[in-house]
Design a protein around this ligand. Structure first.
Ligand code: DGY
Length: 422
C-alpha cells in the first residue's frame, strides 16, 4: 500500500507540475498558490531536491518590491478559475492577486536545507532566498502587526487559507456586498456545491477584492481601512514558527544581525500571542481586530500553538483536553471545526473537514512538545485517511471520505514527506 501510494503521490506532483511551479489541482486551482507551493516543495524534496527548491524560488519571483508575497501567481491565464487576474487588477508582472497567505515558506526552506544536510550545493540557493524570505517577514511585522504583538491581521478570509472558517462569520457581517453585481463562479462547476463556500460568502470575498482594487492595492492603507481585519490565530502561529526557522537559517548563514532581528520578532510573539487566548473557551482562537471580539471557536488552528513553539502549562493542558474530547467525537482528527459546535459540517471545506497540511503542522508541533500520544494519533489518522480514500483536498472526519478536489498536490506532498510513516 505504502509503495503504491508513494508512486501515486509522485505521479500527481509530476502531473500538476507546470514547469517550475505546481498547481494545487489542475481543474479547480490552475495557478500557483503561495502556501500550497511551499508544502508541495516538501513532497518534491523526497525524490527531487532541485525541483523542490525551484518551487519556492518560482514563488518568490512574484514577490512585490515591498516584500509582500501574493497568494496566487497567474503565470498563465485560465478561464476555468474565477476570480482571475483581470478581476484582481493588481497590474503586477507576473500577474498576481493582491492578498497574501500563511507564511510557511521559511519553515519549508529550513526543512529542505536540513534534508540537503546543509550541503554546499544548496547553500548558494539558500543565500539567494534568505533576503527574500526576510523581506516577507519584515513586511508582516511592518504592515500586518499593528498591535506590535506578533499577531497577524488578515484582510481577507482567503489570506488565512481557511476560507470559510466560521471564525470569519461575525467579522464578515459588516462587508458591503451591494456593488458586487453578477458573476459566474467556477469552483461549483468543478465541485459539489455542498463542499464549497456559500453565495453570501463568495459575495463578500469579491467585495473585499473590489475594495482592495479601489485602494490601488496600497497594502498599508488596506491594513488600516479594510472592513475585514481579523487577528488570525492560524497565520500568527505559523509566522511565529517561520520566524524561529528563519532565525535558525540566519545562524547557519552567519548572519548575526538578521538572526537577532528575527529572534526579536519571536520574543514579541511569545509575549503577544496571549492576545489570542480566549479564557472563556480555554483555547486559542481568532479575534476581530476592529472590535476585539473573540471568535469563541475551537478550530484546527487552535492546535497550532505547539507548532509555534509556545509553552504555557495552563494553556497547553486546556488545549490538550480539547484534543482528547474531539478525538473521541470523530474517527479522524483534526476536524477544521469543533464537532460539538452547532455549525460543524463534516464536508463543507473549512467547517469540518480534515486537511493534511494542518494535520502535518499539528502533529509536528505535538511531537516536538513531547505529547507523543496525540502526535501519533494525528499522524496515523492522516495516513489512514489517505490510504482509505486517496489523495484528496480534504476529508470527512466522520466517514473518512475524500472531499473537494482529488489528486491534490499538497496532500500528495504531505503523504511523501510525513504521513506515510505514521
Ligand atoms: C479558492 O478559490 O477557493 C481559493 O481558496 C482562494 O484562494
Amino acid at each position: 500500500m505504502t509503495t503504491q501510494l508513494d508512486e501515486r503521490a509522485r505521479d500527481i506532483l509530476r502531473a500538476n507540475d507546470r514547469g517550475g511551479y505546481t498547481v494545487p489541482n489542475g481543474r479547480v486551482y490552475p495557478f500557483q498558490w503561495n502556501w500550497d507551493s511551499a508544502f508541495v516543495a516538501l513532497g518534491f524534496a523526497t525524490f527531487d531536491q532541485d525541483r523542490a527548491w525551484r518551487e519556492v524560488e518560482t514563488l518568490f519571483e512574484a514577490q512585490w518590491p515591498d516584500g509582500f508575497v501574493p497568494h496566487i501567481v497567474f503565470w498563465k491565464d485560465d478561464a476555468g478559475y474565477f476570480p482571475g487576474p483581470a478581476v484582481w487588477g493588481t497590474g503586477r508582472s507576473p500577474l498576481t492577486s493582491g492578498i497574501t497567505q500563511p507564511p510557511v515558506a521559511s519553515s519549508v526552506v529550513r526543512s529542505l536545507w536540513l534534508r540537503a544536510e546543509r550541503s554546499a550545493t544548496f547553500r548558494p540557493r539558500l543565500e539567494q532566498l534568505f533576503p527574500k524570505l526576510l523581506a516577507w517577514h519584515r513586511w508582516f511585522a511592518e504592515v500586518r502587526d499593528p498591535l506590535g504583538k506578533g499577531v497577524v491581521i488578515a484582510v481577507h478570509p482567503w489570506e488565512t487559507g481557511r476560507d470559510n472558517s466560521p471564525e470569519w462569520d461575525a467579522p464578515s457581517q459588516v462587508i458591503d456586498t451591494s456593488r458586487v453585481g453578477e458573476y459566474k463562479r467556477r469552483d461549483t462547476t468543478h465541485l459539489d456545491q455542498s463542499m464549497r463556500p456559500t453565495k453570501i460568502e463568495y459575495d463578500r470575498y469579491l467585495a473585499l477584492v473590489q475594495a482592495g482594487r479601489d485602494m490601488g492595492w496600497d497594502q498599508r492603507r488596506i491594513a488600516r481601512e479594510h472592513p475585514f481585519r481579523v487577528a488570525d490565530v492560524g497565520m500568527s502561529m505559523m509566522l511565529l514558527r517561520a520566524n524561529r526557522d528563519l532565525a535558525a537559517l540566519a545562524d547557519d548563514l552567519g548572519r548575526k544581525a538578521e538572526a537577532e532581528e528575527l529572534r526579536g520578532y519571536v520574543k514579541r510573539a511569545e509575549a503577544g500571542l496571549d492576545y489570542l487566548w480566549d479564557d472563556s473557551i480555554g483555547a486559542y482562537c481568532s479575534r476581530d481586530s476592529i472590535n476585539g471580539r473573540f471568535s469563541g471557536l475551537v478550530t484546527s488552528a487552535s492546535f497550532l500553538s505547539f507548532y509555534a513553539g509556545l509553552k504555557h502549562d495552563k494553556h497547553d493542558s486546556s488545549t490538550l483536553q480539547h484534543f482528547e474530547r474531539i478525538s473521541k467525537r470523530v474517527r479522524y482528527v483534526m476536524p477544521s471545526l469543533d464537532p460539538d459546535d452547532p455549525g460543524f459540517d463534516s464536508i463543507r471545506y473549512w467547517r469540518g473537514p480534515v486537511w493534511a497540511v494542518v494535520n502535518y503542522m499539528i502533529g509536528t508541533g505535538l511531537s516536538e512538545a513531547g505529547h507523543s500520544g496525540p502526535a501519533q494519533r494525528v499522524r496515523s489518522d492522516t495516513r489512514a485517511l489517505m490510504e482509505g480514500a486517496g489523495l484528496y483536498e480534504s476529508y470527512c472526519p466522520v466517514s473518512g471520505r475524500g472531499s473537494g478536489g482529488g489528486d491534490f498536490s499538497w496532500t500528495s506532498a504531505i503523504w511523501l514527506h510525513w504521513a506515510r510513516s505514521g
